[in-house]
Write a protein that binds this ligand. Structure first.
Ligand code: COA
Length: 168
């Protein structure tokens, strides 16, 4: 699956993208420039973060990579979690949770929007009914999610859980 508009191509992530997803997880966890940045080792040592990418490539994992000139510039991915090991945006075991980040130099150019719509369509085609996410109330990404159909379903400890229906 490719989309070459604006020089950005999007394609499904594979197990080979595990390393880049780890890098994007670090970007997502470190979205707030006012806070000390976690190192890659710290991200992977935190079970509540590491489980977003650990063992990437399971049959139900679904991700999309945005590339420019063959180099990855952003990624979105969804993953299901069991109730006894939930993600921050857990809603139900059959509702995968979304993570997203774009490299700093590529933000604000529509890459994130492209990724969100691509993963929603790919998820729907696999029979996924809804996607959830967690976003801190102060993160400007919150407005982006709202403009792509995610609605708030709960709020706790400075973060929102949002949900978007993607099924038929
Ligand atoms: C959130 C993110 C993935 C959006 O990707 P993007 O390519 O910048 O998104 P788009 O260009 O399609 O849309 C831009 C919108 O995203 C939001 N946004 C969030 N953070 C932004 C940033 N650092 N720069 C620009 N836009 C940002 C704004 O609402 C913006 O809307 P506006 O143009 O009306 O102000 C990207 O900004 C990013 O990686 N941020 C840091 C990591 C992060 O916060 N991840 C989500 C954690 S829940």
């Amino acid at each position: 699956m490719t989309d070459a508009a604006d020089g950005v191509e999007v394609q499904l992530a594979t197990a080979d993208d595990r390393c880049f997803l780890g890098q994007m997880l670090e970007e997502a966890a470190g979205w707030d420039p006012q806070r000390p940045r976690l190192t890659p080792a710290q991200v992977l040592a935190d079970p509540q973060l590491a489980h977003y990418v650990h063992g990437w490539g399971r049959p139900e994992d679904l991700g999309v990579i945005a590339e420019v000139g063959g180099r990855p510039v952003g990624a979105v991915w969804i993953r299901r979690f069991p109730a006894d090991d939930p993600g921050y945006g857990f809603v139900a075991e059959d509702v995968p949770e979304l993570s997203i980040a774009v490299l700093a130099g590529w933000r604000g150019r529509g890459v994130g929007s492209r990724l969100l719509e691509t993963v929603a369509a790919a998820a729907a085609s696999r029979g996924v009914g809804a996607i959830s996410l967690s976003v801190e109330t102060t993160n400007p990404a919150r407005a982006l999610y709202a403009s792509h159909g995610f609605r708030e379903v709960s709020r706790a400890a400075g973060a929102l859980t949002m949900l978007r229906d993607v099924g038929a």
